[in-house]
Design a protein around this ligand. Sequence first.
Ligand code: COA
Length: 160
Amino acid sequence: MEKMTLAMPPEKLDKDSLVYKVNPDLSGIDWAYVCELFAKVNWRTRLAEEIEQAFRKSSWTLFVYKQEQLIAFGRTIDDGRYYAMLGDIVVDPDFQGNGLGKVLVNKLNSLLENYHFVTLTAAPGKGDFYKSLGWKKQTTAYIWPQGPKQLRQHTEEGEV
Ligand SMILES: CC(C)(COP(=O)(O)OP(=O)(O)OC[C@H]1O[C@@H](n2cnc3c(N)ncnc32)[C@H](O)[C@@H]1OP(=O)(O)O)[C@@H](O)C(=O)NCCC(=O)NCCS
């Protein structure tokens, strides 16, 4: 018999029970689990030691927990003063649609006071998510594509 997998609808969350951790001690983060969440949203493989070192370079990191379970995270990638971008905005698919993405983006953005440039690169198909939060499409951004997939997904040349 053919095996059928049914996609479960995302879980409704009791928002008051969530714990938001801004700049927690990064030694206490389960980086292997962070890598699992990256895989769960189909992003390119991250290695636990490397992603930890990358997060350590961020001025701001934000982790969201449901009890002990990490369900969302995001960070800034920045120079501490002038330029910042939001990155690694990830919500566990089981908990998407509960407003967590919005909280991650708005909270991180609110921490970037007096920066001269605050930007982000939307994952393909996620532009409307950022637009709904008030972000504007930047007409002056350029990318050096790291391969044909990026050329296809992130540039006008690739949009045929
Ligand atoms: C994109 C992502 C962060 C959104 O998180 P989420 O918790 O599901 O989003 P929210 O529930 O906070 O949605 C906030 C608003 O954006 C809208 N929205 C969410 N995803 C959307 C999408 N893909 N396209 C358009 N609008 C979207 C919601 O309808 C909601 O609108 P409302 O406030 O009018 O109700 C989440 O889908 C995710 O982690 N995706 C995988 C990783 C990724 O692509 N990250 C971001 C790209 S850089």
